[in-house]
Design a protein around this ligand. Structure first.
Ligand SMILES: [Zn+2]
Length: 464
């Protein structure tokens, strides 16, 4: 491998056995015997899942099939009610099994009264699995259901009876100060050095100016990071261009929202001048290539980002390529999607891994960690006729979750021989499914409402 292609220490190729063992030993708690290390194993910093939602039950499993983003969102109402601890435990243990040591969790709860309690359950799940966690607390107060006016915009596309039934579930929001205090309370309750609490404005289209300005102020005062969806779908671009004639990114800059404490997810519709402004302010961009394709938002302008552009990372957003939360495949897709057509690549393997590891660590506020994943590299080169392949190229061509065999986070071993050391993932998954099935009778009625709401949403945006 060329020096620096995968940042940090890597690699434990044949001939480096002693160094490999010493390195691994440093990451094991006292008294824990080291695992058998396969010949030709590779030890590297784990990539970070820099944007996600902690779905224990994936959206397809409750019948929410992929669609355009705005039409897909109503289907999230079909998520069965389950124990938030168990939901997060299944999501985090599924990730840890793939060799991911840190994840960004954008919590989806809309009930401010339950936020502190639910966040506590999510944090406990991360601690039990042993994974690093950044928890983004949801903040929103504007235009639910439809941009540019909220629920009333869908009324013409529903019968009076359907409107009456559906409008009972229009959300009501607590004032910005109450919501921000709840996020601060979650942070105050956190005692783990492996967990970082962040402000999570869901997206500018779902936040009032007052809320966005309050968050900018709170972040400057507390130093707490912000994680926000930004310009994901073409319709968000259209609406935000109308709402902010100077451009939403410029508006965010005017209110002091843009800083190195901010990461924005998706950014599919960002313009070159906006990428420049984000870079100038030190904002990180988290790309979610599969989610952008599956929810028909398009392809993010990552290949157009120059070396001087904003730092970017990658996330699964709960909707990865094979729907199996395999970040390694997501990196493969990103590498292929943004390779361009020139004789020389500018989006190199080194940039892919720098994004996934270093920038990812910044997004989850875990820079300088010495976490490691052990990869069964020999399986990737089993038929290789040469011994000087670039490991980063091999990983991007062939690595999958199944090849991750060991995981060391914060000085703890959390996976050995491909099995989690602290959590019975299959047992937790079975229990979660049992809880979900018990909620199916309630969801039968909800499914009809979702079908109507999704149809009205499609009709509303069809005129855009
Ligand atoms: Zn998301």
């Amino acid at each position: 491998m060329s020096a620096g292609a995968i940042p940090g220490r890597l690699l434990l190729r044949p001939g480096h056995e002693a160094a490999r063992r010493a390195d691994l030993l440093r990451h094991l708690p006292d008294g824990v015997s080291p695992p058998a290390i396969p010949a030709n194993a590779l030890l590297m910093p784990p990539p970070v899942n820099a944007h996600d939602h902690g779905y224990g039950i994936r959206t397809l499993d409750f019948g929410n099939i992929d669609d355009a983003l705005e039409v897909w969102i109503p289907g999230l109402r079909l998520r069965p009610r389950t124990d938030p601890y168990l939901e997060a435990l299944v999501a985090f243990s599924r990730l840890a099994k793939t060799g991911i040591g840190a994840t960004m969790h954008c919590h989806n709860s809309l009930n401010i009264d339950r936020l502190v309690e639910e966040a506590g359950a999510v944090m406990r799940a991360a601690r039990d699995v042993g994974i690093r966690l950044a928890l983004s607390c949801p903040l929103l107060d504007h235009d639910p259901w439809a941009y540019d006016g909220g629920p009333q915009r869908l009324r013409p596309f529903l019968t009076p009876a359907d409107w009456d039934e559906l409008s009972a579930s229009i959300p009501h929001y607590a004032p910005p100060s109450v919501q921000i205090s709840a996020a601060d309370a979650v942070a105050a309750a956190n005692t783990s050095p492996l967990i970082d609490i962040q402000y999570g404005p869901i997206g500018p289209q779902w936040c009032s100016n007052t809320l966005l300005e309050s968050i900018a102020e709170a972040s400057a005062a507390t130093g707490r990071r912000i994680h926000m969806h930004l310009l994901e779908s073409p319709r968000q671009r259209q609406w935000l261009d109308r709402r902010f004639p100077q451009g939403v990114v410029r508006y965010l800059d005017e209110i002091g929202f843009l800083s190195s404490r901010l990461a924005v997810a998706h950014g599919v519709q960002l313009r070159p001048d906006e990428l420049e402004l984000l870079a100038a302010r030190g904002v990180q961009l988290v790309s979610n290539p599969s989610a952008n394709l599956r929810l028909r938002s398009g392809v993010a302008p990552i290949s157009a980002v120059p070396e001087s552009g904003p730092a970017f990372a990658f996330g699964l957003d709960g909707t990865g390529f094979d729907d199996d939360q395999d970040l390694w495949r997501e990196l493969r897709l990103a590498h292929l999607l943004h390779g361009g057509r020139d004789v020389t690549r500018t989006f190199t393997p080194a940039r892919v891994f720098d994004a996934a590891i270093q920038v990812g660590a910044k997004v989850v506020n875990a820079q300088g960690n010495d976490d490691l994943v052990l990869v069964d590299y020999s399986a990737l080169i089993v038929d290789s006729l040469t011994d000087d392949l670039d490991e980063a190229e091999v990983l991007l061509a062939r690595m999958t979750a199944a090849h991750a065999k060991g995981l060391y986070v914060g000085g703890q071993e959390i996976m050995r021989d491909g099995k989690l050391t602290r959590i019975d993932h299959e047992g937790a998954r079975a229990e979660l499914l049992k809880q979900a099935r018990a909620d199916l009778p309630r969801l039968t009625g909800e499914r009809q409402r979702v079908t109507k709401l999704a149809a009205a949403t499609r009709a509303y945006y069809s005129g855009w």
